[in-house]
Design a protein around this ligand. Structure first.
Ligand code: FAD
Length: 318
């Protein structure tokens, strides 16, 4: 399988198209997700990312009135979806692997499964906190930060396993990591966050995918800072077309980002979310064109399971 960084260097400066998809809720049909992705294949994404979601604790009342707390993975199936994507669309699938909910040993086993499946790209993340807890807590024996998980993958690429005394067959993972042009929401300030972010590159990350942003200046400043600090790996912008009025307040809160005033004004004029969706498409086209002119390696869209707006943007710019 081809690595994300190889696709980028083979493109010779041409901007590529890629998407991120989310596994369906447990019990739903996988074909719905695959069918929603199919129209986007027109734009020839060389790779498709599939997110990973840690378990959430649900509470069930027992007959005796006591409450039982059960950890449930609501969106399982990341690895299976990767296999289906590769088979049906002949694209490379990039599973996200997270620290949350995994011991190091479980992570090692998952990476071996991915290696056997011929998956050579992983996006390595700490993962979101459990919703019921609110702050990130690693599983006992698991990693606390993405940089530690990157170190584990780098070791596997050298044939170094956790507990085997003899050297194993080396994997060959291309490692992506997350970057935050507007700082990670938990970090006290941008510089502190940036230093921890840089540690992920120093640990061996091969490329960066950014958190969504709506103001391209934030991305440009982030790239300049990276280059000034000697970070030379590709920096892929992550884009999400705005689709509801509610997102104007929800997205800044969840992801710690600023909405440009011009976009806010346009959305506030809208009377329905259908109109907001159209504004989101127009903003996405403008953002994409400017990013392409800047020479970004890939435009990476967070599809959230819906493709019509991403289709309209891609049609205009690719
Ligand atoms: P880290 O790089 O580990 O950073 C987390 C926080 O800890 C930051 O505030 C950082 O400044 C701080 N920090 C880092 N190292 C140290 C240290 N040594 N000491 C003290 N503080 C430190 N979440 C999912 O659950 N599943 C997904 O599939 C998923 N996909 C994503 C894809 C992209 C492109 C992005 C941008 C995010 C994604 N997320 C996903 C969300 C991500 O998991 C969260 O943003 C998470 O809170 C941080 O992950 P990270 O890998 O950036 O963490």
């Amino acid at each position: 399988m081809t690595k994300v960084t190889e696709y980028i260097s083979q493109a010779n400066g041409k901007t590529l198209f890629s998407i991120e998809i989310i596994p369906p809720l447990k019990g739903q049909n996988i074909n719905q997700l695959l069918d929603s992705v199919e129209p986007l294949m027109e734009f020839k994404p060389p790779f498709v990312d599939v997110t990973y979601h840690r378990e959430e604790v649900i509470e069930k009342q027992l007959e005796n009135g006591l409450i039982r707390r059960i950890p449930v993975r609501k969106r399982p199936g990341t690895v299976g979806i990767c296999a289906r994507l590769m088979e049906r669309f002949k694209v490379d699938a990039v599973p996200h692997i997270i620290c949350g909910g995994f011991t190091k040993e479980e992570t090692e086993d998952m990476l071996i499964d991915l290696h056997y499946l011929g998956i050579d790209n992983v996006l390595v993340l700490r993962g979101d906190p459990e919703k019921s807890v609110g702050v990130f807590k690693p599983k006992e024996g698991g990693h606390c930060y993405a940089s530690q998980l990157i170190e584990q993958v780098v070791n596997m690429n050298k044939g170094i396993l956790l507990h085997e005394e003899t050297q194993g067959y080396p994997t060959d993972f291309c490692i992506g990591t997350a970057g935050y042009p507007e700082k990670h929401l938990e970090a006290p300030d941008f510089d502190t966050d940036f230093n921890y972010f840089k540690a992920k590159i120093d640990a061996g990350a091969d490329y960066i995918v950014t958190q969504m942003f709506f103001d391209n200046q934030k991305y440009f400043q982030f790239v300049e800072r990276c280059r000034a600090e000697g970070i030379t790996v590709p920096i892929i912008p992550g884009l999400k077309p705005l689709s509801t009025k509610k997102q104007l307040t929800v997205l800044p809160k969840i992801f710690h980002l600023d909405m440009p005033e011009e976009l806010v004004k346009e959305v506030e004029k809208c009377e329905t979310d259908t109109e907001v969706r159209q504004v989101g498409i127009e903003w996405g086209i403008q953002q994409s064109k400017e990013l392409m002119a800047y020479g970004v390696p890939v435009l990476h869209f967070y599809t959230m399971g819906k493709s019509d707006n991403v289709m309209k943007i891609a049609r205009e710019v690719f």
